[in-house]
Design a binder for this molecule. Sequence first.
Ligand SMILES: Nc1ncnc2c1ncn2[C@@H]1O[C@H](COP(=O)(O)OP(=O)(O)OP(=O)(O)O)[C@@H](O)[C@H]1O
Ligand SMILES: [Mg+2]
Length: 229
Amino acid sequence: MDVIIKVSGLKKYYKKGKKLIKAIGGVDLEIERGKFAVVEGTDGAGKTTLLKILSGLETPTEGTVRIGNTDPGKLNEEEAAVFRRRYLGFIFQDCNLIPVLSVWENIVFPLALDRRVWDEAYTMEVIRLLGLEKILDACPDSLTGSQRRIVAIARALVSRPSVILADEPAQDLDPRTGDAVIGLLKMTGREFHQTILLTASDRKAAHMADCIFAMDKGRLLSERGRCLC
Ligand SMILES: Nc1ncnc2c1ncn2[C@@H]1O[C@H](COP(=O)(O)OP(=O)(O)OP(=O)(O)O)[C@@H](O)[C@H]1O
Ligand SMILES: [Mg+2]
């Protein structure tokens, strides 16, 4: 099995005043390259924390994480930023678009930050595939919720990452639109040979997943991170 994401004995505790919050209480997880995996769990289950640790935005309290050959938690700040830009596409729960930039500027922002020569034809292909050509000059505030999510997907895709981490991309969307957004992610994942790890608070994404993990109170319910399907 070609494992691209491997999490072992992961724990993450946050301190809130004198209280210790166990966001992740011992997670083992393996995801095979090229799969479309879903972590399902209710509010506060630890889904966002898990994705943040995978991307190096948070460090674990205990345990190890590997994305390919990299442990994101062991990188310094600059290395972690480069790793995220080149290897990972992160679709944030709240999209995180920059309000003062146009749709086009938002999409190419990570490429511009990297100061590398980028593949404009590929960027245009992503934009076409996601149906964003007509709103490239719009500002994020004028978009619908689903358009904002699709822009966030495009921004995550254009740097050709091997792994896409999508935090509840169908949240707040009606079921049909949510399905369409997840379908787009699955389609682009296949098209561009990516591994996708998506979180969801309901069963919206389940029928499209290659594997599903159920998360509750900081733990995966399936034994040792094995798929439930
Ligand atoms: N920075 C933080 N400081 C303190 N507690 C935190 C922090 N981030 C998350 N938590 C707590 O950790 C737990 C897991 O949070 P997390 O956001 O990972 O859950 P989630 O599954 O993404 O929930 P949601 O469905 O609401 O997005 C929650 O109890 C949350 O309040
Ligand atoms: Mg969350």
